[in-house]
Design a binder for this molecule. Structure first.
Ligand code: NAI
Length: 641
């Protein structure tokens, strides 16, 4: 029985018990219909309390049912029946009230939640819109602009935010008891009978424009916006019918299939025996190097609750590194992401020094010093001397050979790659790079850490660039070849954005800075001769001191932070074409994307064939979460199906 009815007259408690997250599976829907009949037939019951068993209310629909034909009763019918119930219902929320769960609670006459509850309508992330009245009921309970933000962004909100908006009526550590106390006072106005809340059209339109822009081709966002607008103008029943029709259309769409694929792919990356065996305990963490990456990595660990000790190479650099971490934390506070108590706790857990010996007690060290094999090997040799023998030593290298780094340590079994992405405290992806001699319990520890840091860990083998950077280098080179053939950087960037990428490959390089890759290329050229296909344009930009955004000139020129086509870059490209004797021809956005995507896929196939990635869906996850590949297209392998 996934739905039970407990009589405690004049109150009845309906409990949904469908582990692990009380999803609105068919048995739950049918169970609710049954108890509804019993409740309405029972004159002793005056008020109904709806709760979820265990750690959560209802976290959404049963995604496993998505691919099969729907079996009645359908959720909208169940919710309409709940709302039509002769008795007032109070929802007692804890854990998460998401998707169908929040929609269900909105048919109730009151909502009470624990302070930790998260409330949201994340359907848009699966290429859908709420399909059981969410877009029609929410703007009747809260300000329509806030409703629009919740529905079209898919982001959940906290209970205290929900209380401020009026989505819940009360916060309580024991919402079932609070509901009992309020049972006799429960209001009986039904949500659909309420008028849509008055709207400030200017702010509504501004939010709408921002959401449209962020959607970058994802159709569910536009559908969500239209559905909220219909809820504001049409009679409730017509709006409900239109919402359902739009939901069903989206459910059958390629985009929704792609987004569901990514949902499962992201949860399958660590389904590997090496990730699930015994692991080592990590109580405290060391970070070596407090530059861009070290500061972000330290922040990520601080946020996850670890004490962090950062080591820089000299006293002067310690102050700069410490300030970098403090600035990131302060930004978090200003944006309202961190409360003062959290900030204080992080400051208390953070230490920085120039002494490697301070790392004698830590259980994990993440190295993020300059990308230079000699420097890294020297750092690991020092770490070998000062750390506990079972401490895990990780490198954040982007391209270097992790086997060689591990060779600097007496016991290479404790060395692994933890490749974070920039900014490391924000980006979700973490490549877990497994050198030949790494111990299984070190891999399992890294997998657990990824989860604790709130990141998506993906296993990668050792090679130049691992999964992501290796593939990116390959299509970046193809883009450079396109420049020689006739395209211009801003045309390539525009084509990639049009396809749905978060950013074009040239804007991305300008943002990261061109100087580091330039130095890497120069170093490589010392040992590996360049082939005939080498494109010199990026080197020429750097020789002029044009390193991207930080110098206001790179592939693009920058004025007030805005990228504009650069005549100087165009001239350098023209010279490179002349040197190669190429006469340029115009390339359409489709031609540009065909070339970039086929190069991307070829390299992805090779990464798989080499065993660097475990499965195609891991590559989809990496390209989406690390390189801005459009999520709604499902990743390079999904699109190639
Ligand atoms: P960075 O130049 O901003 O920072 C390096 C820091 O390491 C500097 O603060 C420097 O003082 C310190 N350092 C150098 N030698 C040291 C030593 N022996 N002991 C202690 N500290 C030392 O460089 P960034 O960008 O943070 O990169 C660090 C590593 O992360 C590199 O291996 C890089 O390839 C990798 N990485 C960089 C990404 C990026 O987007 N910047 C992304 C992912 C990985």
């Amino acid at each position: 029985m996934t739905v039970t009815l407990q009589r405690d007259v004049p109150v009845a408690i309906v409990t949904i018990d469908n582990p692990p997250v009380n999803a609105t599976s068919q048995s739950v829907r049918a169970g609710l219909m049954t108890v509804l009949e019993q409740i309405d037939a029972d004159a002793g019951i005056k008020t109904v309390i709806l709760a979820g068993a265990g750690r959560t209310f209802v976290a959404g629909g049963d995604i496993k049912e998505f691919s099969a034909p729907p079996v009645p009763p359908h959720l909208p019918d169940v919710l309409n029946a709940m709302e039509a119930s002769a008795k007032p219902w109070i929802a007692a929320l804890n854990g998460t009230a998401l998707g169908g769960g929040l929609e269900m609670s909105m048919t109730c006459h009151m909502r009470i939640a624990t302070p930790e509850t998260q409330l949201g309508l994340p359907e848009v992330n699966l290429g859908l819109i709420p399909g059981a009245g969410g877009t029609v009921r929410l703007p009747r309970l809260i300000d329509p602009t806030e409703a629009l933000t919740m529905i079209a962004s898919g982001k959940p909100i906290s209970a205290s935010h929900a209380l401020r908006l009026g989505l819940i009526d009360k916060m309580s550590d024991d919402p079932v008891q609070a509901a009992k106390d309020l049972a006799s006072k429960a209001v009986t106005t039904r949500t659909l009978q309420r008028a849509v809340r008055p709207v400030d059209q200017t702010s509504f339109d501004a939010v709408k424009a921002r959401l449209h822009k962020k959607a970058r081709g994802q159709i569910s966002v536009g559908a969500a916006i239209r559905s909220v607008e219909r809820a504001m103008t049409l009679p409730a029943q017509l709006a409900l019918d239109a919402e359902r029709a739009a939901f069903l259309e989206l459910k059958a769409s390629e985009q929704s299939a792609a987004l569901r694929h990514v949902f499962f792919a992201e949860r399958a990356t660590l389904a590997d025996p090496r990730c699930n065996g015994p692991s080592r305990d990590i109580a405290s963490v060391g970070v070596i190097g407090g530059g861009t990456m070290g500061a972000g990595i330290a922040t990520a660990f601080l946020r996850a609750g670890y004490p962090v000790h950062m080591v820089e190479r000299e006293a002067g650099a310690v102050g700069t590194a410490r300030k970098r971490v403090q600035d990131i934390l302060e930004q978090g506070r200003k944006r309202g992401l961190l409360a003062q108590v959290q900030l204080d706790s992080m400051h208390n857990r953070f230490r920085a020094s120039d002494r490697y010996g301070d790392l004698d007690e830590v259980d994990l060290v993440v190295e993020a010093v300059f990308e230079d094999i000699a420097v890294k090997r020297a750092v690991f040799a020092q770490l070998d001397e000062v750390t506990k023998p079972r401490a895990i030593l990780a490198t954040n290298t982007s391209y270097l050979d992790v086997n060689q780094i591990a060779g600097a340590v007496a016991d290479p079994a404790r060395v692994i790659g933890l490749h974070f992405f920039s900014p490391a405290h924000i980006m979700k992806l973490l490549e877990i790079v497994t050198p030949d001699k790494v111990a299984d319990d070190v891999i399992a520890t890294a997998a657990k850490l990824a989860k604790r840091l709130g990141k998506i860990g993906v296993l990668a083998g050792v090679c130049d660039g691992f999964i992501g950077n290796r593939i990116m280098c390959s299509y970046r080179h193809e883009a450079d070849v396109l420049l020689l053939e006739g395209a211009l950087p801003w045309e390539v960037d525009a084509a990639m954005r049009e396809y749905g990428f978060a950013m074009g490959i040239y804007e991305m390089q300008d943002m990261a800075g061109l100087d580091i890759a330039w130095a890497t290329r120069a170093r490589r050229a010392e040992t590996a001769p360049r082939d005939d296909g080498y494109v010199t344009v990026a080197d020429s930009l750097c020789e002029n001191g044009w390193f991207g955004r930080k110098t206001d000139k790179g592939w693009h020129d920058y004025a007030d932070g805005q990228a504009i086509p650069s005549k100087d870059t165009a001239k350098i490209i023209a010279e490179a074409r002349e040197m190669k004797g190429v006469s340029p021809r115009p390339l359409t956005p489709d031609q540009i994307m065909d070339r970039i995507l086929s190069r991307l896929r070829m390299e992805a196939d090779q990464v798989l064939a080499d065993g660097v990635a475990r499965q195609p869906s891991d590559i989809d996850v990496v390209m989406i979460n690390g390189y801005g590949f459009p999520r709604w297209r499902g990743g390079p392998f999904f699109t190639a199906k």
